[in-house]
Design a protein around this ligand. Sequence first.
Ligand code: HEM
Length: 343
Amino acid sequence: MTIQFNEETFRDDYSFRNSAWAIKRFPFPFHEDSYMYSVNMEQHRGGPEGSVYEKRFDLDEHYLSEMQDRALVLAEDPLRCQSLPHMTLAGWDTLELIMVSKSEDYPDLFQLHRDGDRWRWVNKPMGIDHSFTFLDETTLPCGPLEYITRQTQGDFAVLDQRDDMLWMDAGMVTTQADWSLDFDIGMNFFEWHAPVPLAHEMGIFKRALKFLLNVQQGAPARRLNWTMTVNPLLDTSPENYHKWGIQKTTLTPENIGAKQHLRVELQTFFRLPRSNALLFPIRCYLIAFQDIVTVPKWGRRLHRVVRDLPEELATYKGFIDNRPMMLDYLSEYDDGLPTSPGV
Ligand code: HEM
């Protein structure tokens, strides 16, 4: 289908909206009426037509506005994109994976012409037509990771793999759920996950790491994660907590349907060919409560999940104070009927 790109903002007047199409394909993350952390990994080899799982890197109506928001964040804070010196090759691997995937998956929007190491990249929505030499940084306006992730929705962590461990040694992180690349850069898998409650004791990170160390080239994996955000903010970083944290106190019973958003991350895992690094794209999808409840099963289920979520998780995800108001709103959409398993 042809995508109509929205003109919208994720700050100031918050004009972000989901079309009926975007609501229909929203990756609602709850398969049952309760939620607990698990090693919820599956293969990322396509999915139903039109779904966010269909392509390797999903593109939707928010593409151009998300790229504008990223440019604003980077102009204020260039440290949102970092790459330790040994990660440049992984940056080229990332550029290649994204350019090849997008030009194959969206040929009407992106084209890649390759003649040996002389490449020409055409990104029609962003009006880019650029010729460069693959693996020669001097032919790009910035490093390869920054270049391609300024043109691709979602955050990106690039993990070096050595000593049977993953290290966060590069990334582009402007749409994150309250964590910081600048703080985590150089940390390993257990260190950057240290703040997460309960999951360490459940053995989740040990099992997840084992899985990730074995992800093979051409066999990507994926999982969903979720949290809550007041106002459709992409940049909920610790660096800008002073700007967005306070907004959590502006919820009222009258505005909660429009202001409270469920934030879902489609996380994927790709092994990169030359560097053997692991690419971890984290794609953020936002949806207002008032749009969720247009799907009766989702409204019912979200009420039950939020109601029964362990206190540690509601605290970590930052909505413990607003939980009672959320439940008042959502309970109106829960008729007590059983829900069938699956989304
Ligand atoms: C949270 C990174 C893979 C489970 C986080 C956080 C980061 C992160 C930065 C936020 C921690 C904080 O509060 O500062 C990554 C990276 C991964 C990865 C770079 C890829 C290598 C996984 C996998 C699992 C997982 C495979 C599987 C179970 C979690 C959970 C949380 C978390 C449960 C808490 C999320 C929440 O409650 O909202 N991760 N992660 N992560 N991660 Fe990962």
